[in-house]
Design a protein around this ligand. Structure first.
Ligand SMILES: C[S@@+](CC[C@H](N)C(=O)[O-])C[C@H]1O[C@@H](n2cnc3c(N)ncnc32)[C@H](O)[C@@H]1O
Length: 294
């Protein structure tokens, strides 16, 4: 408790003024995020981070590096790449999807404070949208928007075809193969899962999907909305945020074939995929919102 208090996870307080020695502990803004009764509740995300299957690759980093056979330490530890492992291990798949969904509850603040990003859109595809938490939060604020959540078949298999709202639809598929047309395509925490080469493939598919899009027979200028970390976007004095982003940079190398990127590195991907301009808005914590235009 002393360590967690020192780290700001709890605060200590004197419970009884008459008894100087009687210290107690109270919650802080950080620990309140883990309360099940609270929205957002990040405990499934915290549980995911200590899940044995997520920790095992760290123990084989040396083997992975010296063998130079598998593309990730995750594959060295489990014998399968991350997304394949999710497909064949339903318990881990649920823990992972619930963890991501709990993190996505934070989207409610993005929708509240940066809602203008979604204004004027009639259709949106959330690519790699998981269990649809983000789509649901956007629909609460923009109920007439038609939202499609595209994810791998094992992620959306048990989702009702029509979703919980008639404007929400789940689609099992592969973003490298095809993305449905829409005014906007959203990618939250998807880019950082992939190598530069794969990101260009995904972005090209997104570009095709917004360029092919028409509303009532009229072409609309669409966009891609990326929610991810951007290295170097924070103030120089935000040491903790930089450290968190760099931890994620290493985590992406350990689990998948991805990485975090600077604005310059993102820009190169956008240009190579045929986009002409982009706008980055740092939002809160380590997250940025990037709008990319064809
Ligand atoms: C890091 S999770 C992000 C989930 C969600 N966007 C969020 O932020 O909560 C990445 C998502 O990409 C999905 N994914 C991986 N490969 C995919 C593919 N080839 N096509 C579509 N989705 C894919 C995964 O199943 C997973 O749901």
């Amino acid at each position: 408790m002393r360590l967690l208090t020192h780290n700001g996870f709890f605060d200590s307080t004197n419970l009884n003024e008459a008894e100087e020695e009687e210290d107690g502990y109270v919650l802080t803004a950080s620990s309140r995020l883990l309360l099940k009764s609270q929205i957002p509740n990040l405990s499934p995300f915290a549980i995911l981070s200590v899940e044995p299957a997520m920790l095992a690759p760290w123990k084989v980093l040396g083997d992975w590096f010296s063998r130079n056979e598998e593309s990730t330490a995750f594959e060295t530890a489990h014998g399968a790449p991350f997304w394949e492992f999710c497909d064949t291990n339903s318990r881990f798949n649920n823990v992972f999807n619930e963890g991501m969904a709990s993190d996505s509850q934070m989207m409610r603040f993005i929708v509240k404070d940066y809602g203008q990003v979604f204004e004027g859109l009639s259709t949106l595809v959330d690519v790699g949208g998981g269990t649809g938490m983000i789509a649901k939060l956007i629909l609460e604020a923009f109920p007439s928007l038609k939202c499609t959540v595209l994810d791998l078949p094992h992620v959306v298999a048990d989702k009702p075809a029509g979703g919980s709202s008639e404007n929400l639809r789940f689609l099992g598929g592969d973003m490298f193969h095809s993305i449905p047309s829409a005014d906007a395509i959203m990618l939250k925490h998807v880019m950082h899962d992939w190598s530069d080469e794969d990101c260009v493939k995904i972005l090209k598919k997104c570009r095709e999907a917004i360029i092919a899009n028409k509303n009532d027979g009229v072409k609309k200028a669409g966009k891609v909305i990326i929610i991810d970390m951007v290295l170097g976007a924070e103030e120089d004095n935000e040491r903790d945020i930089t450290e968190t982003k760099l931890m994620f940079d290493v985590l992406m190398m350990v689990l998948v074939t991805g990485r975090e990127r600077t604005e310059k590195e993102y820009e190169r991907l956008f240009i190579e995929s045929g986009f002409t301009r982009h706008k980055i808005t740092p939002i809160f914590g380590f997250t940025s919102l990037i709008e990319v235009f064809p």
